[in-house]
Design a protein around this ligand. Sequence first.
Ligand SMILES: *Cc1c(COP(=O)(O)O)cnc(C)c1O
Length: 376
Amino acid sequence: MVEKQRDPWLLTPGPLTTSASVKSAMLNDWGSRDSAFIAINAQMREQLVALAGGEGTHVCVPLQGSGTFTVEATIGTLVPSDGKAAILINGAYGQRIARICDYYARRYVTLESAEDVPNDPAALDRLLAQDAEITHVVAVHCETTSGILNPIEAIAETTARHGRALIIDAMSAFGALAIDAAEVAFDALVASSNKCLQGVPGMGFAIIRRAALEACAGNSPSLSLDLHAQWTAMEGNGQWRFTPPTHVIVAFHKALQEHAQEGGVAGRHRRYQHNLDVLVQGMRDLGFVTLLPDELQAPIIVTFHVPDEANFVFEKFYARLVDRGYVIYPGKLTVADTFRIGCIGELGEAEIHGALQAIADVLAEMGVANRAPNDA
Ligand SMILES: *Cc1c(COP(=O)(O)O)cnc(C)c1O
């Protein structure tokens, strides 16, 4: 009954299911000074700049660690000690950026909205008009806490009109939601190997406006998270300053090839959007209710309300889905009791249908007849 032959499908915001070819790209050992490895690294960096439309204006600085390491490194490198950030918050990742500013003793103000409400560019406009000390605006493209899509184009337009710099946490969006540096003005965009680009976890990267980065020498109070130092060292000899995650990089290089073969950002977006549509329709057919209205929902991860029924115990639901080969994600919201299902990674309609069938079976087993939330 329970197939244990293959890895479970990861319906999560990352790490996520990768292709067999991406996994097998890790079966070789590479020396960090090996010219073949240096060429792969250089190509990866060029491809990432091109994906962001930053050729000629922006550079790619990769960094070891999970995505948060690169968010932290970018704030610490770009926002000087006498700078001040305006942080747009509607979820846990925006909150994390404020915590980073606390650690780095960078001044900041926040502009908060509820987790099911997008960032408000008009409020940002008023804030920037009244506070001339703000040097940087920091925003999250897709807030993975809920799966909400923030209006990054309007945020970028507002920030540029006031002559301030924009830093985008595009971790869960980059590679699937289009962003073009020629149209959406940003000083830095941060993402990682293991989300929509479908590599394995272990590195993040920032796409940074070259002219802005050149002015950042000595800003960072951290040795290993100083992106200006990371960049100048890599420009110098093509190598990483400290041990590179070689297998992660080679797998990521392969994942970028597969991204291009799928049709780049547009192709990946199409598949994820279809995954989303099938998932949401199927869950609604089962009686579940989404947190977000369809127009605010990014095709990345969907938040569902927990059914208002005593028979529904999330831990049991989760464990029985794992037994059937599907890993979902708990909720992270403060506004409502929820759980999340991702639609990104190397999976398509067949896997979404498989997950929906498993969910229907588990609900029947648990005796959960009513799948709607308490309307209170
Ligand atoms: C995943 C994610 C991060 C980084 O999380 P890590 O666990 O450090 O990789 C940051 N911001 C957003 C919006 C994310 O989805």
